[in-house]
Ligand binder design. Structure first.
Ligand code: FES
Length: 448
């Protein structure tokens, strides 16, 4: 009896010593206890945040792995992804990472490699330790890898932060929306899609009016659309689009060019009324400023007009006391999106002025200077009537024809369009007109 107790005592002492030594070793080498094996079932994912790092743990074949939890593409939450063998798939656009070394799969090159971390598990207690020391993590990677914090770009951190805020506020961010209607814009390769605003398979705890949650957003924001059935698109199976409808409307509308890509082909073929799409959002800060005493000057290039349609409709319906002047530049008359609507809005609201300009040279008059004219508010969108709006790209002289000194002094300038147009407008506003950066908002149009 006595000798058995001594054996047991020895065993206990050994266990304590070995645990003590494990703890000491880990403390020395920069390991930190982050979780316990009971938090992590086989094939499971578990997020931990030691020292403000975002790390996802995974368990495959009884072994624990640790890697960055923020997707290198656009900040997707990898702990909400799916694990298949060693492959962890991001829930947002399905980038695939190998949990053993955090490298991205060759099939999903729109994301880049993340960092992995060394893991030790105390088999007695089940405690999981992760090595957080810079230079020690990612043993399968080269030692010049930056730390996890440096690896996460600012925009990714912002997106992650925004997502966390949405989650914290309980505001729903994932929706299953029904496609109500799709419409081709005559004479263009643009199509508009209207979706129901109400979620059809929402979580019960997030139910709102009518027993369902709905996508609430600010005019000018965007959302991610997962339409399913998209394969081998080099940009991935999900796209983000500006929401071009106003929050005051009872549908969600997007407009986009239909190009020869797997995503766009699939989008254009979706069946009205029967198709459900997964939408995540809203996101983005390209929204109308709150001090309505300052005018808004919108500089739009082509289909970059989509956030402005949302803001203008919202301002009109809400009767906001704000002056809006939009310069809408398009290749030709046929390409002016929402023109009929804009003209109606401008007809009923004196605070709104829209200046259309077309950049394509007139047939047979190539290179000729066109006289400056007041834009027509009644031009036909068919392209058959004579054009009596502005011609040429938006420039200093054109702005001067429509903006007063006070407008230039106080306005907030919004720029949205393709990258080349944005660069030109930025140069015009910042360098030529010397408008301070705090009064300029820029959004690269993302719906191509
Ligand atoms: S955010 Fe992960 S793939 Fe886009």
């Amino acid at each position: 009896m006595v000798s058995r107790s001594i054996v047991e005592l020895k065993s206990d002492i050994n266990t304590i010593c070995s645990l003590q030594s494990l703890n000491n070793t880990m403390a020395k080498e920069g390991y930190q206890k982050v979780a316990n094996k009971k938090d992590l079932p086989e094939g499971g994912l578990f997020k931990v945040e030691p020292q403000d790092r975002h790390i996802v743990l995974s368990m495959v074949n009884g072994k624990v792995y640790a890697m960055d939890a923020v997707c290198s593409h656009e900040g997707g939450p990898l702990e909400e992804g799916s694990l298949d063998g060693y492959n962890l798939t991001c829930p947002w656009h399905y980038a695939i990472f190998d949990v053993r070394n955090a490298k991205v799969s060759d099939q999903t090159v729109w994301a880049t490699d993340l960092d992995s971390y060394q893991v030790e598990v105390d088999e007695e207690s089940g405690d999981i330790y992760v090595n957080l020391e810079a230079g020690e993590k990612g043993k399968d990677k080269i030692s010049t890898q930056p730390s996890a914090k440096e690896e996460v770009p600012e925009t990714t951190q912002q997106l992650q932060e925004q997502r966390r805020r949405q989650d914290d506020s309980g505001k729903p961010s994932h929706f299953n929306l029904r496609l109500l209607e799709k419409q081709k814009v005559d004479g263009t390769d643009i199509m508009s899609f209207k979706f129901a605003k109400l979620d059809e398979e929402g979580q019960q705890q997030q139910q709102g009016q009518n027993g369902k949650k709905q996508l609430e957003y600010s005019a000018g924001q965007f959302a991610f659309f997962d339409i399913g059935g998209v394969y081998n698109d080099p940009e991935g199976p999900i796209r983000h689009f500006t929401i071009t409808s106003s929050p005051t409307e009872d549908f969600i509308m997007i407009s986009t060019r239909i190009r020869d890509t797997p995503y766009k082909k699939r989008l254009s073929s979706l069946e009205e009324n029967t198709t459900m799409v997964k939408v995540r959002g809203p996101e983005g800060k390209f929204t109308l400023h709150e001090d309505h005493s300052k005018p808004a000057v919108f500089l739009s290039g082509g289909i970059g007009v989509t956030p402005f349609r949302s803001m203008i409709k919202y301002a009109i319906v809400k009767q906001l006391p704000i002056k809006i002047i939009m310069f809408d530049s398009n290749r030709n008359e046929n390409n002016i999106l929402y023109k009929k609507e804009f003209d109606e809005f401008a007809g009923i609201n004196k605070n709104l002025k829209i200046v259309y300009t077309i950049t394509e040279e007139k047939e047979g008059k190539s290179g000729e200077e066109q006289p400056a004219q007041t834009p027509s508010l009644s031009s036909s969108n068919s392209g058959t009537a004579a054009w009596n709006g502005e011609r040429g790209r938006i420039d200093r002289a054109m702005l001067a024809r429509y903006l007063s000194d006070n407008d230039l002094k106080d306005s907030i300038f919004y720029i949205c369009g393709p990258p080349v147009m944005i660069k030109a407008m930025q140069n015009l506003i910042e360098n030529e007109l010397q408008i301070p950066k705090e009064r300029i908002k820029i959004e690269e149009f993302t719906g191509y």
